[in-house]
Write a protein that binds this ligand. Structure first.
Ligand SMILES: [Zn+2]
Length: 501
């Protein structure tokens, strides 16, 4: 009797707590994403230098090589991205860099094409010039009040714009479901056709996705992860709206979307950002995971956790419209009252005055805040996707043995590895290395050597289909001495003949 009563009390307790709305207790609810050793190791390896490099590359601070030609990405305005403008080759650069990471064209690296504008009627909204310096919301208002004489647009007159998608296939029972990490690639400004650096908006989000594209390759995840670089965001979210409209079957299979749009401006250096979570329980799971990741890995951010009154003016809203859980990670744009415990920015706001201007450059940003937010974003996606360890259980251990006229590289085969890439350098273990072979065995003989010269080797194991790969092995060093036996004239001349070819 007593036992039964105790059980009843327990059941009542469980029922009581399971009915407490998650939204209300978001700040204090149980963790959605617990600490994970692999994620901890991964986040510790991301460097601020690398994040900064992507930011500089995409916002025109760095000259970058695109298909071997030096270019500066001066604008990422969607109207310029797909018209062979040599100063707007961000989409080409993105594609090239993702190929370098091992993503395979038309398999794990795909384009989603859509027609711009979506509307078949030419409105004033579509005709708005960037020089008008109207914000998205102001534009909306001006349309409703000033629109007159709409004209029809023929489908032939529409532009073809593209979103870039990286797919990291899942390995677990939820491999047919998705976790999405999104950021808009495009930018705008008061002179968008020629100059729109968009360092914070949204070079910050692009750099986060590039770090994700690099680091997530080394781990297996239960869910399939998609990294989506949207375009047309600055034109009423048309890229993400088209993606959602064209993938209806996918929408019911998305666990959550982490949309990174514009962070890293932190003039007061308080490390406080805004999480726009909205009011759906499915979005709250993503938002709570983000706060868990920040706490679990001591990333040092605080935030306004915004449910009612969340911003709709970025790509996460396209998913909200389809009932899919999503959050936007944003700078501390607006003040929210410190009296509400959900708002952690102390009532402060810290809005970038260079927003949508040619002055949105990296020097205005605070890199520690940018860096911490990138790590939190990557960590949230990795946590939601349910990590299942390193790709092959570990990384290869490489041994180099000198032979008479070659170097023999050997390693223990890793279960599940399909091929091994062999890299060689001639300066140091840390110096530049080039790939010299791709083999399916667990050894490689390097015969293309000079005597008395140091060679530095590393290998990586790869499963090509899923892009899953080990990190680079240890560095093995070898130097083959000049053979000691008497040198005959033939041996002396043969290398010269080969070298002269
Ligand atoms: Zn933006």
């Amino acid at each position: 009797m007593k036992k039964t009563r105790l059980v009843l009390v327990l059941v009542l307790f469980v029922l009581l707590f399971s009915f407490v709305p998650i939204e209300v207790t978001a700040q204090n609810s149980a963790q959605v994403c617990g600490p994970d050793g692999d994620i901890s190791t991964m986040l510790a390896q991301i460097t601020q230098t690398s994040v900064e490099k992507w930011l500089r590359d995409f916002s025109g601070e760095n000259s970058v090589l695109i298909n071997g030609v030096p270019r500066t990405i001066k604008t990422r305005y969607s109207h310029q991205l797909f018209v062979n403008n040599p100063n707007a080759m961000a989409y080409d650069y993105l594609h090239q860099e993702l190929l370098k990471l091992g993503y395979v064209e038309d398999v794990t690296l795909t384009d989603h094409s859509y027609n711009y504008p979506k509307s078949n009627v030419l409105t004033e909204e579509i005709l708005i010039q960037p020089d008008d310096e109207l914000s998205y919301l102001e534009t909306e208002q001006s349309i409703s009040s000033q629109l007159s004489m709409p004209q029809a647009i023929s489908p032939d007159d529409k532009a073809v714009w593209k979103n870039k998608i990286v797919t990291i296939p899942g390995h677990g029972p939820n491999a047919d479901k998705f976790v999405l990490m999104t950021a808009h690639l495009d930018s705008t400004s008061n002179a968008a056709n020629t100059l729109a650096p968009g360092a914070e908006d949204n070079g910050s989000g692009v750099s986060a996705l590039m770090e994700a594209a690099y680091w997530l390759r080394f781990y297996k995840f239960d869910y399939t992860i998609k990294l989506i670089f949207f375009t047309g965001e600055e034109q009423r979210l048309e890229g993400s709206a088209a993606y959602v409209a064209n993938h209806p079957e996918e929408m019911g299979k998305i666990l959550g979307v982490v949309n990174l749009d514009m962070f890293g401006y932190d003039n007061d250096q308080d490390m406080c950002i805004e999480l726009h979570v909205g009011e759906m329980a499915s979005s709250n799971i993503v938002g709570t995971c983000f706060t868990d990741v920040n706490n679990n890995y001591n990333l040092g951010l605080s935030h306004d956790y915004i449910t009612t009154g969340a911003i709709w003016a970025s790509d996460h809203a396209s998913f909200w419209n389809a009932g899919v859980g999503a959050i936007e990670i944003l700078e501390n744009m607006d003040a929210h009252p410190a009296s509400n415990p959900a708002y952690g920015c102390g009532g402060r706001k810290d809005e970038n005055p260079h927003y949508h201007r040619i002055t949105d450059t990296i020097d205005k940003m605070y890199m520690p805040a940018t860096f911490a937010t990138v790590k939190a974003g990557v960590g949230t996606v990795a946590s939601l996707a349910n990590p299942m360890g390193k790709c092959f259980g570990g990384d290869p251990v490489l041994k180099a043995t000198t032979q008479e006229e070659s170097v023999l590289l050997t390693w223990q085969a890793l279960a599940g590895a399909e091929t091994y890439n062999v890299y060689r350098g001639t300066a140091t273990c840390q110096g530049a290395m080039t790939q010299i072979a791709q083999v399916t065995t667990n050894s490689f003989e390097d015969t293309n050597i000079q005597f008395d010269r140091n060679y530095f080797y590393k290998i990586e194991a790869v499963d090509n289909e899923t892009v899953c790969r080990s990190q680079l092995s240890n560095c093995a060093i070898a130097k083959v001495p000049t053979p000691q036996e008497p040198v005959e004239m033939f041996d002396l001349f043969l290398p010269l003949v080969i070298a002269g070819q």
